[in-house]
Write a protein that binds this ligand. Structure first.
Ligand code: ADP
Ligand code: ASP
Ligand code: MG
Length: 411
């Protein structure tokens, strides 16, 4: 007997028939003698619909009230899933995040899980129940409902698996595993039988939304056995996230690059012609950090004339806020020649642990983009990743040509 956590995303619970399908799969696992905890997302489109409703009342909704609103999406699907199980003759109980007591900090709309009380769930599992838990939501110490950021049900699933000491966490979605890149953009993308935890972490942080980054962090920290699978197919092993490079299949022939991620979520802010002296980066980025705006890439170039150009990226939603801070609070001290923002950029990243032992990956990437006439605006690297910022209109082309250049297509 194993304890298994199964998380089902929005498309997997999009309507009553799909929810019945989820219940049938859970029933199969129960009949094999396993204990099952099910985590569900809201029906696909529902979280967006709820955010839209809140914005019809207030353009920039209060985060506490927004969490109250969006958490209702998952409350509907836990009940429907429990009902579908009961209808199949299986003992099942639904739980909101607060009922489990998934305790989070109070950073509404992007809260972090602090602890999970597994006492009630364990007692119900031992009494033969399937526990159906709402993804994406928690509760702070004052009892306020919080949410974990978009895609956060993945994190609920993995965190529950860690807290319960589950044997496996299965993430069921609308693709049958992790691919070399988003198969919706590159139809030739290939499913990976396994991927290392480090690579998955980079892909998720660079924009592959198949797993929320925090869920991968949890899996790494607590060594949760994590697998991505399709909820639309009964067969298939999906993709296993592994913790050892050696355990990858056909290690000798592993490609150097495992995957390509991309996103259009960032905007670029450029501050031109500031004095080149100690403290300038702090003067520019200090007030941005104080406003709780995350900065991703940063570039600074010093010219011969003793001035510096400073460029950094933030989330698109925060570009105007960051520009206002620079113009209102910072410009008076730094006297920049120009401060501007550009939200028509995209970031494309190639990821692979093989980069550690191979040279020339960056030049191959830059040559491939150059051959298509794609201009690179910014570059950042880590040991296992090279990311470039380009004009967003070339994003899909860049992903396709890189996918081909690194020979990632299916055979
Ligand atoms: P869910 O609602 O089940 O959480 P998501 O839409 O959040 O599903 O994530 C699944 C989607 O992630 C897929 O439909 C696919 O378009 C996208 N995706 C992006 N990158 C990848 C990748 N490398 N492998 C597989 N899917 C990917
Ligand atoms: N329903 C939430 C969202 O759409 C959480 C999730 O699906 O993981 O972001
Ligand atoms: Mg998701």
């Amino acid at each position: 007997m194993a304890l298994i956590v199964q998380k089902y995303g929005g498309t997997s619970v999009a309507n009553p028939e799909r929810i019945r399908n989820v219940a049938r799969r859970v029933a199969r696992y129960k009949s094999m003698g396993h204990q099952v905890v099910v985590v569900v997302s809201a029906m696909s489109g529902e979280t967006n619909r709820l955010i839209g409703l809140a914005k019809e009342i207030m353009a920039d909704p209060s985060p506490r009230e927004l969490d109250m609103m969006v958490s209702t999406g998952e409350q509907v699907t836990i009940s429907m899933t429990a009902l579908a199980l009961i209808d199949l003759g299986i003992k099942a109980k639904s739980y909101t995040g607060a009922q489990v007591k998934i305790l989070t900090d109070n950073a509404h709309t992007k809260a972090r899980i602090l602890s999970i009380d597994q006492h009630n769930l364990k007692a119900d599992l031992d009494a033969g129940y399937v526990c159906v838990v709402a993804g994406f939501q928690g509760v702070d110490e004052k009892g306020n409902i919080t949410t974990l950021g978009r895609g956060g049900s993945d994190t609920t699933g993995v965190a529950l698996a860690a807290a319960l000491g589950a044997d496996e966490c299965q993430i069921y979605t609308d693709v049958d595993g992790v691919y070399t890149t988003d198969p919706r953009v590159v139809p030739e993308a290939r499913r990976l039988k396994s991927i290392t935890f480090e690579e998955m972490l980079e892909l998720a942080s660079q924009g592959s939304k198949v797993l929320q980054i925090r869920s991968v962090e949890f899996a790494g920290k607590y060594k949760v056995k994590l697998r991505v699978l399709s909820s639309f197919e009964d067969e298939g092993d999906g993709t296993l996230i592994t913790f050892e490079e050696d355990s990858k299949d056909d290690n000798m022939e592993n490609p150097i690059i495992s995957g390509i991620a991309f996103n259009r979520d960032e905007a670029k802010i450029t501050v031109l012609g500031v004095p080149d002296k100690p403290g300038i980066a702090y003067q520019i980025l200090g007030p941005i950090a104080d406003a709780n705006i995350d900065v991703d890439m940063i570039i600074q170039n010093t010219g011969a004339d003793g001035t510096t150009d400073f460029t950094f990226t933030v989330h698109k939603n925060e570009m105007n806020k960051a520009l206002a801070i620079l113009r209102d609070k910072v410009q008076g001290h730094i006297n920049a020649r120009e401060i501007s923002g550009d939200d028509r950029i995209a970031k494309v990243s190639v990821v692979g642990v093989g980069m550690r032992s191979h040279v020339g990956i960056a030049s191959q990437m830059f040559r491939t983009l150059a051959e298509e006439g794609i201009n690179i605006q910014m570059i950042s690297t880590s040991e296992i990743k090279i990311a470039v910022v380009i004009d967003e209109k070339y994003m899909e082309l860049a992903v396709r040509v890189l996918h081909k250049a690194f020979e990632l297509e299916s055979a």
